[in-house]
Ligand binder design. Structure first.
Ligand code: AP5
Length: 216
């Protein structure tokens, strides 16, 4: 049984490090929402909203969507009722400006930094398949669905993200190095950083995260 007090968590790590995979498992275990800015932006793109049309230009180029846009989305989302007992931010913050803005609107308890060598990340991302309907994430080799190209959870057809082509992935990794990696020191200085070796089996990583959060 899980008897953890409310926690506000951040998943930090390079593209493909496993933030979404672990955030989904943690969200189910802790019974708190996973808030993925990437998923929210992809939904806006799919719906063709003005936000989506604007965001797509950045996402397709492997660049970050402007801070004020993303901060606005997160600020609105974490005020919702389902976040009262905690939340997991997946893919936010991604710049120092975003982190400073977040400090003004929420208390963060722990920042889970998933570390994976860069040469492994490209293979992980290019083999990723996702479910548009329920957001479940698979990998053709490391975490395949039970039935080829179908989601185990809801049966929907799986798809490959537009930004998971190799040249865009390399650009996203560069963006991470230049704009996001600095957050490791930012949260380490605040004594909130929990370092996790992400180059292991998904279940082993999950158990390690729970142990380090004292949430087993
Ligand atoms: P976003 O969707 O957040 O993408 P990302 O950060 O690049 O991260 P990914 O989703 O690629 O990887 P992940 O770490 O979640 O890995 P996953 O668990 O899927 O952002 C997309 C874009 O939106 C950005 O480029 C930007 O333009 C924009 N954006 C989003 N947030 C923003 C923000 N805050 N500010 C500005 N712009 C923003 O795993 C990857 C694969 O590996 C999967 O196939 C999985 O099955 C597999 N896998 C996972 N763990 C393991 C393991 N232990 N062993 C083997 N395989 C594994």
């Amino acid at each position: 049984m899980c008897i953890v007090v409310a926690m506000n968590l951040i998943m930090l790590g390079a593209p493909g490090a496993g933030k979404g995979t672990q955030a989904q498992k943690l969200a189910a275990y802790l019974k708190v929402p996973q808030i993925s800015t990437g998923d929210m932006l992809r939904q806006a793109v799919a719906e063709g909203t003005s936000l989506g049309i604007e965001a797509r230009k950045y996402m397709d180029a492997g660049k970050l969507v402007p801070d004020e846009v993303v901060v606005g989305i997160v600020n609105e989302r974490i005020r919702k009722e389902d976040c009262r007992n905690g939340f997991i931010l997946d893919g936010f913050p991604r710049t120092l400006e975003q982190a400073k803005a977040l400090d003004k609107i929420a208390r963060i308890d722990h920042v889970i930094n998933i570390d994976v060598p860069e040469e492994i990340l490209v293979e992980r991302i290019t083999g990723r398949r996702s479910c548009k309907k329920c957001g479940a994430v698979y990998h053709v080799k490391y975490n395949p669905p039970k039935h080829k190209d179908r989601c185990d959870v809801c049966g929907e057809a799986l798809y490959q993200r537009d930004d998971d082509r190799e040249e865009t992935v390399r650009k996203r990794l560069e963006t991470y190095r230049n704009q996001t990696k600095v957050l490791i020191n930012y949260y380490s200085d605040q004594h909130k950083l929990v370092n996790i070796d992400g180059n292991r089996e998904i279940e082993a990583i999950f158990k390690d995260i729970l142990a380090k959060l004292g949430a087993e």
